[in-house]
Design a protein around this ligand. Structure first.
Ligand SMILES: Cc1ncc(COP(=O)(O)O)c(C=O)c1O
Length: 387
């Protein structure tokens, strides 16, 4: 793909495959179809070509493709109403991406902090919250990767993820806490239930805003609409993006009752955020995902995938380390020859992703079938036996 080598600032290590089409959980390339365990980095939860979503997009396109946020459009209002009626949120703000939703949350927290004389923002080791400078300031703060970018938001304090003792550092000066209850890019690290409980307790005690990042773990990925539901926790504010747009750019900041009126007129905005076409796609997508039988199927398929990977870990001792995840967000630490994993899966016509150096991170479309899961496991077994 010479144009990619020649004309792009080289921030991505691309898999050299040109995608020409899609079919359910498969991507079609010039040399055949590949099972997708990559899932568009968590975007393509319903696959790549979903008729209900496409119809909603087409219907909206025939009316208008863009409208300034100074006017009202039906799918935008309806999506906001759906989110408020089905989640803890009292009000929402739409963005084009995850990092922009984090940015909106950061501004809300900083304004709240200023008004209440609280200056510290807390994040956790191995966190990933996005690429804009504010989001990067609370990303990989332990400098574990190039995602961290110095020179952003000041007064960020890093606590150790899953260290309940470290949570004692949350105090009266803490304005807000950014947390992924399942860290994605940082290696699929699931919060311990005691850690999650104490985090909620201390943020409530000191009136610090608890901000859940559900950009990757939300929208049914873990078998619940949001991953914080597994911990019996309600955050003060939360963000989601990726899957919610059904393949189009969309993110949302959701704010609960006590924090929904902090940002006021003129203090935030976006020309494209909450584009009517993206919201029409988003409304269809969330309605499909938020059905109890859909979420249950994600949970069931996730349990099969996780337990079978644990079985492979036993079978091939020393080749797989930590295995973790919830629903269809699963990580398996590859202890041997991790750099060979992507090419070995490619030979077997499967797309996978490796994150955090050696974590095989599986984010398949949530509509993946049991047959496809079996195919993946059979090929993973054969790769491990050859390693
Ligand atoms: C947990 C989390 N937060 C934030 C982001 C940033 O989202 P976006 O790439 O849409 O800006 C990501 C993207 O991978 C993510 O996984």
């Amino acid at each position: 793909m010479t144009e990619y080598e020649n004309y792009f600032i080289p921030v991505y290590k691309r898999i050299e495959k040109r995608i020409t089409g899609s079919e359910g959980s498969y991507l079609i390339t010039e040399d055949g179809k590949y099972l997708d365990m990559f899932g568009g980095l968590g975007v393509n939860s319903l696959g790549y070509n979903v008729s209900n979503v496409n119809n909603a997009i087409k219907a909206q396109l025939e009316k208008f493709s863009h409208l300034s946020n100074y006017f009202e459009a039906e799918p935008v209002g309806k999506l906001a109403e759906y989110i408020v009626n089905n989640t803890f949120a009292e009000k929402v703000f739409f963005t084009n991406s995850g990092t922009e939703a984090i940015e909106a949350g950061m501004k809300l927290i900083r304004k709240y902090g200023k008004a209440n004389r609280k200056s510290t923002i807390v994040t956790f080791s191995h966190a990933f919250h996005g690429r804009t400078l504010a989001a990067a300031s609370v990303t990989a703060p332990d400098n574990s990767s190039p995602y961290n970018f110095p020179g952003g938001v000041p007064n960020v304090m890093t606590l150790k993820f899953n260290d309940t003792g470290d949570l004692d550092k949350i105090n009266g000066d803490t304005a807000g806490v950014f947390v992924e209850f399942i860290q994605g890019q940082g290696g699929v690290n699931v919060a311990d239930s005691e850690f999650a409980r104490k985090l909620r307790e201390r943020t409530a005690m000191f009136k610090a805003v608890l901000m859940a990042d559900e950009i990757q773990s939300g929208m049914g990925r873990t078998g619940r609409l949001f991953s914080f539901e597994h911990f019996g926790i309600v955050p003060d504010i939360a963000v989601t993006a990726k899957a919610i747009g059904g393949g189009l750019p969309l993110g949302v900041l959701m704010a609960g009752r006590e924090h929904c009126d902090i940002l006021g007129y003129g203090e935030h905005g976006s020309t494209f955020g909450g584009n009517p076409v993206s919201c029409a796609a988003g409304l269809e997508t969330i309605k499909i995902i938020n059905r109890p039988e859909f979420l249950k199927s994600v949970e069931e398929k996730g349990k099969i995938l996780l337990s079978e990977i644990l079985r492979l870990k036993e079978k091939y001792r020393g080749k797989i380390g930590r295995v973790s995840g919830m629903g269809l967000m699963i990580g398996a630490e590859i202890l041997k020859d991790h750099e060979k994993i992507i090419p070995l899966f490619l030979e077997r016509k499967i797309f996978v992703n490796i994150t955090h150096r050696n974590i095989l991170r599986l984010l398949p479309p949530l509509v993946i079938g049991k047959k496809e899961i079996e195919f993946f496991l059979k090929e993973f077994d054969s790769i491990l036996s050859d390693l």
